[in-house]
Design a protein. Sequence first.
Length: 326
Amino acid sequence: MYKSAGILILALILLFSPQIIDAQCCSTGSPVGASVYVGVLGKNYLRLITFYRHSNSDKYFESDSRSNNNPLQSANYNFAGITLGYGLTRRLTAEIDFGYFLNKTQVYLNNNVFHGMKQTGFGLSNGGFNLKYGIFVKPVKQIELTAGAGFRYPFTTKRQIVNGLQLNPDVQPSTNAYGLNGMLFFSIGFPAITLRLFTINRYDYNFADKVNYKYGNILLNSIFVSKKVVKYFFAIVQLRNEFKTRDTYKGNDQVNTGYDILYVSPQLSYSIAGKWNVTLVCDLPLYKFYKDRQLTPAYAYALSFTRDFNLGHKAPKIEPAKLDSH
């Protein structure tokens, strides 16, 4: 009886006051993956990237300090994604991507009305299409400057309902709305010392969904250092800043939304027979600043597999007549 009453109260809160849920802990839309392979491809090359990512959140912050008296105990998600890129020309690459949330879960504390209840969303995230153009590409000198732009689209525009309850925005698997993005990539290599430096800057703009809820826009700025350790092994360190504006509902800013986080992400990449690249990533927050009170990430890890295929390579013709002559 108490659990049913708790579900009813939670449903009323989510239905009439979506702005008061203070748990901006889970990325909505496709999370940051595990791959650093973001440059343009050669003509007729196909790139396949698959990745799995797990994230866990267990501490509340208000501004840049810990917060007490919180409604949630923890939150986590598990996400699997795939990206396909194709080199249309030597400078122009097209990409599509999509992914699936195995779960996006929030666990309530036992000291409130929900008594340890969970909310879990799952399903397809937003899909995406992007074009990248190599403004300056010099493979011999290992220098590349690439710009890109694209859009994101929902597989459904309806909010997810589980067991008769509409899930709150933080555990929805999709933004349920369209979006635009732009990116700038710069890379320079130093082959004499097997070192590579590169930066990725990306901006995502979200439009409002059918009920006029708009997720905040996100600016990502990353700096990477990649160094060959031994044959087939590369060590990578990424410093990444994520800045997210407040969500809005019917044009009004929502409390407990918006943040600024600085991550350090050590990574290890291994090349299998020169074909598959396996990358393991761990995200650790160095600094967190949250608008109002929000549940914040403790750590995340991801595993990706990447391979390039040369679809333009043609096998040499073998003519039967020539074989018969020997």
